[in-house]
Design a protein around this ligand. Structure first.
Ligand SMILES: Nc1ncnc2c1ncn2[C@@H]1O[C@H](COP(=O)(O)OP(=O)(O)OP(=O)(O)O)[C@@H](O)[C@H]1O
Ligand SMILES: [Mg+2]
Length: 271
């Protein structure tokens, strides 16, 4: 692809020191993401996917290297980069409407405009009629729809999504994937989307960035040109799924020494 990338990572690395333990979360990596691209980060648990996303968000500072957006160094969070977490990060004391209005109001949009924008956004994620519900009155899938509406209402240039559908049942997850894709096809925002799921990545991505086990490195970048919506049961998808599953499993096996790996509370694999 041509031109200046939307996001550029150069030699970005991260190590953490906590409780007398040094963890090399990410080894230096280079990555370019272009305007309007949908990029999925795929890799085993603990390989630094969330760390990378948080660095792009400006919430975590790299130990080495630089991150730029539109040629400007990322040093702190910005509404230009909206973050959607796995947990539904909603304000429990606010209604759906207030939750979605929050960002536009903080940005200084007048009340009437913020409300109109929020109502449009709520309708676009299929929650018309639920404006006055509180998060506790919604299902998990609905909460995540609000999460997406809330971030989308800020009209960020870049959406950073950290396993947003990870906690949902597979049918709800499929519906949300389809709806997210619909939103993205209407308004091509740049999306960096973290997932464990090979199928999810094949369904969504223009490019899949496959990461190694910790310390995370990029082991492969797989472009997908197939038109959308994609059929995960066609021959190309099946072949791609086998290929990607092989790449990720090789990394999980490498970490667990070939033994059965169990996910630890801190997100790494322990034996
Ligand atoms: N704030 C922190 N302090 C210390 N160590 C951390 C911190 N955040 C992450 N780590 C460590 O960095 C490594 C990578 O964590 P990260 O959350 O980025 O992995 P991940 O790929 O998102 O994993 P998962 O797929 O399980 O979400 C882990 O070993 C983790 O323990
Ligand atoms: Mg994570």
């Amino acid at each position: 692809m041509m031109g200046e990338p939307k996001i550029r990572a150069r030699g970005v690395a991260k190590h953490y020191r906590a409780n007398n333990l040094d963890v090399r979360a990410l080894d230096p990596l280079d990555l370019e993401i272009y305007e309007g691209e949908f990029v999925c980060l795929l890799g085993p648990s603990g390989c630094g996917k969330s760390t990378l996303l948080r660095m792009v968000a400006g919430l975590v500072t790299p130990s080495a290297g630089t991150l730029h957006m539109d040629g400007r160094l990322i040093t702190r969070p910005s509404p230009e980069r909206g973050l959607v977490f796995q947990e539904y990060a909603l304000f429990p004391w606010m209604t759906v409407l207030r939750n979605v209005m929050y960002g536009p109001s903080v940005r200084g949009l007048g009340r009437a405009k913020a409300e109109q924008l929020a109502r449009d956004q709520i309708a676009r994620v299929g929650l018309e009629g639920f404006e006055n519900h509180f998060p506790s009155q919604l299902s998990g899938g609905m909460k995540q729809r609000v999460g997406i509406a809330r971030v989308w209402a800020n009209q960020p240039d870049v959406l950073l999504m950290d396993e947003p559908f990870g906690a949902l049942d597979s049918i709800t997850r499929n519906v949300l994937q389809r709806d997210l894709l619909g939103l993205w096809m209407q308004e091509r925002r740049t999306i960096l989307f973290v997932t464990h799921s090979v199928e999810e990545a094949i369904y969504l991505a223009d490019r899949i960035v496959v990461m190694s086990a910790r310390p995370g490195r990029i082991t492969a970048i797989v472009p997908i040109d197939a038109p959308r919506p994609r059929n995960l049961l066609d021959q190309d998808s099946i072949a791609l799924r086998a290929h990607l599953t092989g790449l990720v499993e090789a990394q999980v096996i490498a970490t667990s020494g070939g033994r059965i790996a169990a996910k630890s509370a801190v997100g790494g694999y322990v034996e």
